[in-house]
Write a protein that binds this ligand. Structure first.
Ligand code: ZN
Length: 385
């Protein structure tokens, strides 16, 4: 007798190249069967996933969940509402407050929360002032010590490389180089936020190594992955080819239809889809992970690619591909059931421009470590045009 049986759904698990009708059984927190419809046997709880898509638990590679400080959300609410079972907090805390962040938010969350350590010792608690405008806030040694103190939880380094955040000219480069140094010294990786950068995007990506991540990759504004004619920079393409990763990090100022459409038209796809959810964009234009995924369906990516960019790809970025982002038998039972709603839906980028799509994914059921969470996806994000 299985604990849970999810039957009748289309299982999309890019980690196994699978996209077909399958039943999934879960027992004692693990996936115990992945088999042809109707062959799994009995279970205590059965979930009817007919007409739905069953995926590995979604992984959101860019969130802010240091709650009770400005912009910080409650990780478990994102998990419940958005079908996300693992999320990466991207630099909300730095060397001076990562311990507090871990104790108050990471260790108390039911879902899996990992964190990047901000080069600024204060993290983002006063981000509106520019967390690295005063170079004394940069603490590369502290980042390395913090990562060493939180193995498996603090998994890398974060810097927001805007001129109003890290300074211009030499200050900007000194900050960026210290973030790179901390990533190499801690044998982890660096996530760089772009946006009105003090250096050009080609110069920036050329400073990154395979495994490093550029986030907000479809941002508009002055420093983009595209040149003035809308062409992807050769250096950006070359960086992706040598293993630098490009993360969506939608956010409230970091996703522009023109840029993403130009990129996809030129065959430049993101490595990972993520939300950059925080207090200021939760109620639009981001809403949640399934809405962000739906935008890429509207832009023409296949359901399989969109699921890959939201499960197995971020799992690989985190080096956890054997544990999460997969439905392989024997792995931890993190499973998301997505309901594809058909209709006319308005999707908004970060510049208040709307597009109309035909499919809106909604997290109908979320199973975390073998437990059915007590809520499905919120329906608040549905905008019927
Ligand atoms: Zn962010």
């Amino acid at each position: 007798m299985h604990d849970i049986l999810i039957r009748g759904g289309k299982v999309i698990d890019p980690s196994q190249g699978l996209s077909a009708l399958r039943d999934i059984a879960v027992t004692e927190g693990k996936i115990t069967a992945l088999c042809d419809p109707g062959t799994a046997g009995e279970a205590r709880h059965t979930i009817d996933a007919t007409n739905s898509i069953v995926t590995p638990g979604l992984i959101d590679l860019h969130v802010h969940v240091y709650k009770h400080v400005p912009l910080g959300l409650d990780a478990d609410l994102l998990s419940l509402g958005g079908g996300v079972t693992t999320m990466l907090d991207t630099g909300s805390a730095g060397s001076n407050n990562f311990d507090a962040f871990r104790k108050s938010c990471i260790d108390t969350a039911r879902c899996q929360v990992l964190g990047l350590v901000n080069l600024s010792r204060a993290g983002l608690v006063a981000a509106e002032l520019g967390e690295l405008m005063d170079r004394r806030y940069a603490d590369p040694q502290g980042v390395v010590r913090t990562i060493a103190r939180h193995p498996g939880v603090a998994v890398g380094v974060k810097i927001r490389a805007g001129a109003h955040i890290i300074g211009k000219g030499k200050d900007g480069w000194d900050n960026l180089n210290e973030a790179i140094w901390a990533a190499r010294e801690s044998k982890t990786w660096l996530m760089v936020h772009i946006g009105e950068c003090p250096m050009s995007i080609p110069d920036l990506v050329n400073a990154l190594s395979p495994g490093d991540v550029l986030t907000h990759c479809f941002k508009g504004g002055t420093t983009r992955v595209t040149d003035d004619l809308g062409r992807i920079f050769d250096d950006v393409r070359a960086a992706q080819e040598r293993g630098v990763e490009f993360d969506v990090g939608h956010g409230f100022g970091s996703f522009q239809w023109e840029v993403v459409e130009a990129a996809l038209e030129q065959g430049f796809e993101p490595t990972t889809i993520s939300t950059d959810l925080h207090m200021a964009n939760l109620h639009g234009p981001v809403f949640d992970m399934p809405t962000t995924m739906s935008k890429f369906l509207m832009l023409g990516l296949s359901m399989e690619r969109v699921v890959e960019m939201s499960t197995s790809a971020p799992a690989r970025t985190l080096g956890l591909q054997d544990q999460i982002g997969t439905l392989k038998v024997g792995t931890q039972a993190d499973v998301t059931v997505l309901e594809p709603l058909e209709g006319k839906f308005l999707f908004t980028d970060s510049y208040s421009v709307k597009r109309t799509g035909n499919t809106l994914l909604s997290a109908a059921v979320t199973i975390l470590k073998g437990e059915i969470l007590p809520a499905g996806g919120g329906r608040r994000m549905r905008f019927l045009a």
